[in-house]
Design a binder for this molecule. Structure first.
Ligand code: F3S
Length: 431
């Protein structure tokens, strides 16, 4: 039996020694070894037991995952309070694919999707519509509260839970997060400790206007990498939480910090719960400092490589909503698109545009008149993960555009600011 470095309770030792079965013992060993590597002193019980899985896609090359899931099912194991999962990779109804793309997606890349979803259901997937990275939005309902300890892995959801909700979660890896959820424990290190939640970077915002969330997050992520920033000055541009625009801004900002760097927790002075409670005392003594002004935002934006074969190509598709859009964002984008088309004198969008949102948010939106307004512009509404769509040599080789810094980072997609996206897809402002 593995000899743990950390202290375990009698119950945890029993699981590790196999008293609750071989499969549970192996899962416990993985969790304990993981904690030992990071110097955890113990395993703490999850106070928020609902999980969220980053591995939502039945990608055939993940060969060890499928028998592993079968073993968990055969051992009768299940997430006690269920889980949601990241978005699905395919939606041919709302994200058009040609014959070759369909063949590649269904026969090669995601050939295991159907059987994998059956495995997820047996392990506790909360609903067939539980596929979104924004599981924490009220419509989806997987929302931890301040102080909760949880076991998630999706980087954009972890950084939101830690920073905006004030919950405690490390940036775990896929499958490990499921083991934690089923066992009900997490190793206590990093963001689960008071010390790990201290900010080592003081970021001072000196811009003359509210920066694009995706660029500010990218700038901070690339600078601080996996450390914790405390941002001063952004509260001048944000209304207090739970304002819907602030939630959307911090969602997009956080996803960019987490993907352009590896941020798992940020504090926004005067806005996020811990910063409101403790203020700059969250900073370590002698923190590093990063000043961001208009020129720095522009420098970061101009530094993004353009991976298209031809810079002047016309985009094949445009994705808006990575992470998935909130209900408010969906409404705002609809208004902006309709107004943009009116201004340009066009009836339909110039580019095949997909807005992505959680299934529950899409369902709510479809009940409103705005849904028909959006559809009349030729836009498409889907709940896929654009990254899973674009991260392959067939669909991803085409010139794709986006306002998501995460999508830009992981694929060849070209990043544009929101206003640029609007102008390109509607023709607004062009002669
Ligand atoms: Fe969500 Fe996929 Fe983007 S998981 S954050 S839509 S890469």
């Amino acid at each position: 039996m593995y000899q743990p470095l950390m202290d375990l309770t009698a119950e945890q030792k029993d699981i590790l020694s196999g008293k609750e079965g071989e499969t549970k013992a192996k899962m416990m060993e993985v969790l304990v070894r993981y904690g030992d590597v990071f110097g955890a002193k113990r395993l703490v019980p999850l106070t928020y037991k609902k999980g969220h899985l980053v591995t939502s896609f039945g990608i055939s090359m993940l060969k060890p995952v499928f028998p592993l899931m079968d073993e968990l099912i055969a051992a009768g194991l299940k997430a006690p309070e269920g889980f949601t999962a990241d978005p699905r990779p395919m939606d041919f109804q709302n994200v058009k694919a040609n014959l070759l793309e369909k063949l590649v997606f269904t026969k090669f890349m995601y050939s295991k999707q159907k059987s994998y979803e059956e495995q997820l259901t047996k392990l506790g997937l909360s609903s067939k519509d539980g596929f979104s990275c924004t599981c924490y939005l009220p419509e989806v309902g997987n929302t931890p509260k301040a102080g909760d300890t949880l076991s998630w892995a999706e980087s954009s959801a972890v950084v939101f839970a830690n920073s905006v909700l004030g919950a405690k979660c490390n940036r775990n890896s896929g499958i490990l997060e499921l083991f934690g959820t089923i066992l009900g424990y997490a190793p206590e290190f990093g963001f689960l400790t008071e010390k790990g939640r201290k900010a080592t970077w003081k970021v001072v915002l000196k811009t003359t206007k509210k920066p694009e969330a995706q660029i500010l997050g990218s700038a901070i992520g690339m600078k601080v990498m996996d450390e914790v920033p405390y941002v001063i000055g952004l509260d001048a541009y944000l209304k207090p939480l739970p304002d819907e625009d602030t939630i959307a801004y911090l969602k997009d900002f956080g996803a960019a910090t987490a993907s352009n760097g590896a941020v798992g927790l940020y504090h926004i002075d005067g806005i996020t719960p811990e910063a409101k409670e403790k203020g700059p005392s969250l900073l370590v003594d002698e923190p590093k400092e990063y000043v961001i002004d208009d020129a720095e935002i522009e420098r970061v934006y101009r530094s993004y490589p353009i991976m298209w074969k031809s810079r002047d190509a016309k985009a094949h598709k445009c994705f808006i909503g990575c992470p998935h859009l909130t209900f408010k964002q969906l409404n705002d984008w609809t208004d902006k698109i309709v107004a943009g088309l009116k201004e340009s004198g066009r009836k339909k969008l110039r580019i095949y545009t997909v807005l992505t949102t959680a299934p529950a948010v899409a369902a709510k939106f479809k009940l409103t008149p705005k849904y028909q307004e959006l559809m009349a512009t030729g836009a498409h509404l889907s709940s896929i993960c654009p990254l899973m769509y674009a991260d392959n040599p067939v669909a991803g080789a085409r010139p794709l555009m986006t306002n998501s810094n995460k999508l830009r980072t992981y694929t060849f997609s070209r990043y544009y600011k929101d206003a640029e996206v609007l102008s390109i897809i509607t023709g607004k402002g062009s002669k």
